[in-house]
Design a protein around this ligand. Structure first.
Ligand SMILES: NC(=O)c1ccc[n+]([C@@H]2O[C@H](COP(=O)([O-])OP(=O)(O)OC[C@H]3O[C@@H](n4cnc5c(N)ncnc54)[C@H](OP(=O)(O)O)[C@@H]3O)[C@@H](O)[C@H]2O)c1
Length: 199
């Protein structure tokens, strides 16, 4: 699957080159997310066997654009639910494994808290929304007009259309959120901080 992160890697900005290679690519084949059938297993592998349908993310080795990919047994790999196609299963991981550590370990989001998610309609944002609802938080989703219906269908309690209103602009939004998660790096840290609850 082609993700926005892989597009940014391929675009080769100065920042991404620091990681992906200054003079030539460290990993000639990109791609993180995969879904398919196990073709062979190492002699000490016990969790999986040939023929299993699996999906996952090759977080550090990339190479998932290729027809075959080598994955560690204890890596990000799981049995593919039978009711999902490969195309559907592969789309689940990227946003969710990116959002999960921020919400669970960074923000330590818990029931009763309020969270604003900027970029709520993207891969990371839609996963963050569903995780936040699962944690019992009240979710304010920020997206464009055409995605208001999408984020509402995923359970947003409030929606802010960023083409009509900047969530940091209005005085009544100040002192409002326990957590602000900007999934797309499109906000100002200083301005966002004013919309956070005290302490
Ligand atoms: N492991 C990693 O390092 C990793 C993994 C995944 C993602 N990422 C990074 O995380 C970022 C998000 O990725 P993604 O896959 O979620 O991207 P995506 O699916 O392409 O979604 C991007 C979202 O940004 C929203 N957006 C655009 N301009 C905005 C604005 N001014 N204010 C608020 N929202 C705005 C769009 O919403 P509308 O369509 O509603 O306008 C769109 O839904 C990317 O920079 C990506 O590289 C990193």
């Amino acid at each position: 699957m082609v993700t926005s992160a892989m597009c940014e890697a391929r675009a080769g900005s100065a920042l991404t080159r620091m990681y992906f290679g200054l003079r030539k690519p460290k990993w000639p084949i990109l791609g993180t997310n995969f879904s398919g059938e196990i073709e062979a297993v190492g002699s000490s592998v016990v969790e999986f066997q040939v023929g299993d349908r699996v999906s996952g993310v090759n977080v550090t080795n990339f190479g998932a654009y290729a027809e075959y990919v080598v994955v560690q047994e204890d890596g990000v790999i799981a049995a593919k639910p039978g009711n999902l196609s490969d195309e559907e299963a592969v789309a689940v991981f990227d946003g969710s494994i990116t959002a999960l550590p921020f919400l669970r370990d960074g923000a330590r989001l818990r029931s009763g808290q309020s969270i604003l998610i900027n970029g709520a309609s993207g891969a990371v944002g839609t996963a963050a929304m569903q995780l936040a609802k699962r944690y019992g938080a009240t979710v304010t989703a920020v997206c464009s007009t055409s995605n208001v219906a999408l984020v509402t269908s995923l359970g947003a309690d409030h929606v802010i259309d960023y083409t009509r209103r900047d969530y940091t602009d209005t005085y009544d939004t100040y002192d409002t959120y326990d957590v602000i998660f900007d999934a797309v790096a499109k906000s100002s840290f200083t301005r966002s901080r004013r919309a956070l609850k005290r302490d």
